[in-house]
Design a protein around this ligand. Structure first.
Ligand SMILES: Nc1nc2c(ncn2[C@@H]2O[C@H](COP(=O)(O)OP(=O)(O)O)[C@@H](O)[C@H]2O)c(=O)[nH]1
Ligand SMILES: [Mg+2]
Length: 458
């Protein structure tokens, strides 16, 4: 039988409500020893109905002191988060009060839970699969609406269902093949049908699509990288601060102030970006500046979008542009200092007339909204999420790559009329690697790495 575990499920510090969670077969018994519905009689309450809310008091069972006035929610197995008996206590949120209640619970036989242990139990009790457990962590850590949307969909089992369907097809195929191995005298030598080959091709396609979705979307999770570049003093740092809505980068009239690239996260319309302010790119003998310029160039190469800044009175030179912006890099041409009216605006050459152009004044905060909209439309056009509702994570991607490898071996084996035992082995391998995604065949190591990344109480 499982030990009963307990933890404070809400963040430490003062707040409105703090939750203590107890899960396991002793949960109800422990609660009845410290909970009473009456302020004056610290007699344990026993007749909990599942999924009701009870108002009452937590007592110290040794001296009958009231520790807090609380709400208590009992949830009978299997209709709970862990699929075990759960007691949730909503107390006042303060480190001292929560810790004192937790101490009582622990003194009555519960054990402090490990990080992610509640979710791990939900998985081990087969209430959720591994992709759903991982989605719980993704929901908690989601930093954008999109990340949240995909995590929620995965939490509801979208990825699980698709992976299980692929796996079942392969299991069906394997059983036919194994019948051949078991009764070789009854059946003719194994010959895969056209439908079998088609089925394997379909699964290969689906796995490759999933891998592509991971690659396409990984920058949606980590943030789309934008680099601000241009000559010294055009207002790169000023623009960075305007986009962030706070002073992050140093703005001075002295050219060459920004040397090390500065990076900061920015959320526009629920899409995460990582924006970098860089050193102005120009000819210089100053060694520190030269290093800054090299770093700026590295940033430009690694970024998904470049904001190329110019100011009135300067010229747009193709050679200057081509020296810093790699061919085909997504770029928005930004003219800053629009408030300076007595100087002509730089014009894009005919060759680059398709680069979007936005005019702003970082100083007067003009044109920043238009620029943000342009940033979103330019970057979104390169994200093709298709109709998919889930994004496989890196762990899933590796398992999918393993599946592709095994299935390619199966295809080759079928073509060369390989021995059935060897064929069966390759099919089993592909079934197993799909199974690591949902957790059917995941090793303890995989489980440990997944759940230790959770917070305590989840
Ligand atoms: N008139 C005007 N001055 C600006 C504007 N944006 C920035 N500046 C000024 O230009 C100078 C250089 O700005 P900074 O952001 O440090 O440029 P950076 O070297 O490209 O990072 C500072 O004196 C800013 O106040 C603008 O829109 N209009
Ligand atoms: Mg600067």
């Amino acid at each position: 039988m499982n030990e009963t575990i307990a933890a404070i499920a809400t963040p430490f510090g003062s707040g409105g409500i703090g939750v203590i969670r107890i899960s396991g077969s002793d949960a109800f018994d422990i609660a009845s020893k410290i909970f009473s519905r009456s302020k004056t009689s610290p007699v344990g309450f026993k007749n909990f109905n599942s999924h009701r809310v009870y108002h009452g008091y937590i007592f110290n069972p040794t001296n009958s002191d009231i520790l807090d006035e609380i709400l208590l929610i009992p949830m009978k197995a299997p209709a709970s988060y862990t699929a075990e008996d759960i007691i949730e206590i909503q107390a006042h949120s303060g480190t001292m009060v929560l810790k004192t209640i937790l101490d009582q619970v622990l003194s009555l036989g519960a054990r402090l839970s490990e990080p992610g242990e509640f979710t791990k139990r939900a998985f081990l009790n087969q209430r959720i699969d591994l992709t759903q457990a991982e989605a719980v962590a993704d929901i908690i850590n989601a930093k954008s609406m999109n990340a949240l949307k995909f995590a929620s969909s995965q939490n509801l089992g979208a990825l699980k269902t698709q992976i299980q369907a692929l796996r079942e097809k392969l299991i069906g195929f394997l059983s036919v093949l194994e019948a051949n191995i078991d009764f070789p005298e009854d059946v003719l030598a194994f010959e895969a049908s056209a439908a079998d080959i088609q089925m394997i091709d379909g699964i290969l396609e689906q796995c490759k699509d999933f891998i592509k979705q991971h690659d396409d979307a990984s920058f949606l999770k980590e943030g789309i990288r934008i680099t601000i570049c241009g000559p010294p003093n055009v207002g790169k740092s000023s623009l960075m601060n305007r986009l962030l809505g706070k002073d992050r980068s140093i703005v001075t009239a002295i050219p060459g102030t920004t040397r090390d690239p500065i990076e900061e996260g920015l959320n526009i319309d629920g899409i995460p970006f990582v924006i970098a302010d860089t050193a102005g790119i120009h000819q210089t003998d100053d060694l520190v500046e030269i290093i800054g310029i090299e770093k700026a160039k590295d940033h430009i190469i690694a970024s998904d979008l470049v904001l190329f800044l110019k100011e009135p009175g300067s010229k747009f030179l193709d050679a200057e542009f081509e020296k810093v912006i790699p061919l085909g890099k997504k770029t928005i041409f930004v003219i800053n200092k629009l408030d300076i009216e007595d100087k002509p605006l730089p014009k894009l050459s005919e060759k680059y007339k398709d680069i979007p152009l936005i005019k702003i004044s970082a100083l007067l905060n003009k044109g920043i909204t238009e620029l943000k909209q342009k940033i979103v439309s330019v970057t979104l056009s390169q994200i093709d999420m298709g109709t998919s509702s889930v994004i496989p994570n890196l762990r899933h991607k590796k398992a999918l790559e393993q599946t592709v490898k095994s299935l390619m071996a199966v295809k080759k084996g079928l073509k060369t009329h390989q021995e059935e035992e060897l064929l069966a082995m390759d099919i089993k391998n592909s079934i197993d690697s799909l199974g690591t995604i949902t957790g059917e065949t995941a090793s303890l190591d995989i489980l440990d790495t997944i759940f230790t990344n959770f917070c305590i109480g989840k």
